[in-house]
Design a protein around this ligand. Structure first.
Ligand code: 6PG
Length: 243
């Protein structure tokens, strides 16, 4: 078994953004050098809002980076709630990431399980099985969820599928597509980002309790290398406003 490496950075969001972009340059650059291609998983929410704008000026050949999402809500691609739309506006469009690099989750499909299976085939065709993503960025919910894997949900027991339909997300909207734990845990570098005091309890449990069953705890524990990016409030060091 590999030695695990976990780094925790507590800083202002702008500084965390710089750190994230530098690690992406390093990890994706190395993968491109070794294999001619790299893969990056992104998320929606505040982690995307804070960190992804920093990728616009990063020195990375985006034509060689395959971009996937951790999860997507069952809305059209241009909907205000779409994680794809958010990422496109924050980073893909301003950085001119070519369309051939972008692998949107088709979560607006009527038949969500069929859409999950189709997306899984696309993922395996590009990244192999297990996918071994080079960099995986995940946000964290106040309840400790990551992607659309919620505490206590039966989907946490999934061991075979890499992409799954969710029809009962406690965070609206209820219908979603998500990567599963088997897809999340194989990343070469897991980056977990949390901002705001509302995340402090979940982060404290995930980093401090080796028996925690929270989804964020499970992915951080399983990661070969992880980087946890926290502002002071999420680290429990100040009483910042809950977000
Ligand atoms: C989603 C996200 C989700 C998100 C967390 C944290 O579709 O909601 O992909 O997994 O990362 O819920 O979101 P916030 O940082 O906005 O609280």
């Amino acid at each position: 078994m590999h030695e695990q490496r976990r780094d925790v950075a507590v800083d202002a969001p702008a500084a965390l953004g710089e750190l994230f972009a530098a690690r992406c340059e390093q990890e994706l650059g190395r993968a491109i050098g070794e294999r001619g291609a790299a893969s990056l998983v992104v998320t929606g929410g505040s982690a995307a809002e804070v960190l992804l704008p920093r990728l616009v000026d990063a020195r990375i050949d985006w034509a060689r980076v395959h971009v996937f999402w951790s999860d997507e809500r069952a809305v059209p691609a241009d909907d205000a709630q779409s994680n794809y739309r958010l990422v496109r506006e924050l980073w893909l469009d301003p950085a001119r990431v070519p369309a051939t690099s972008v692998h949107r989750m088709p979560a607006e499909a009527e038949d969500l399980p069929a859409a999950a299976a189709a997306h899984e085939r696309e993922l395996i065709a590009i990244c192999g099985e297990p996918p071994g993503f080079d960099v995986m960025l995940l946000g964290v919910g106040p309840d400790g969820h990551v992607a659309s894997l919620f505490p206590g949900h039966p989907l946490l027991a999934e061991r075979r599928k890499l992409v799954a339909a969710v029809e009962d997300s406690p965070k609206p909207p209820p219908r979603r597509l998500t990567l599963t734990l088997p897809a999340l845990v194989g990343a070469h570098l897991l980056v977990v980002a949390a901002f705001g005091a509302a995340k402090a309890a979940a982060i404290a449990e995930a980093l401090g309790d080796p028996a925690s069953r929270l989804p964020v705890a499970q992915v951080v524990r399983a990661a070969e290398r992880s980087l946890v990016l926290l502002d002071a409030a999420a680290a429990g060091r100040s009483r910042g406003p809950a977000r």
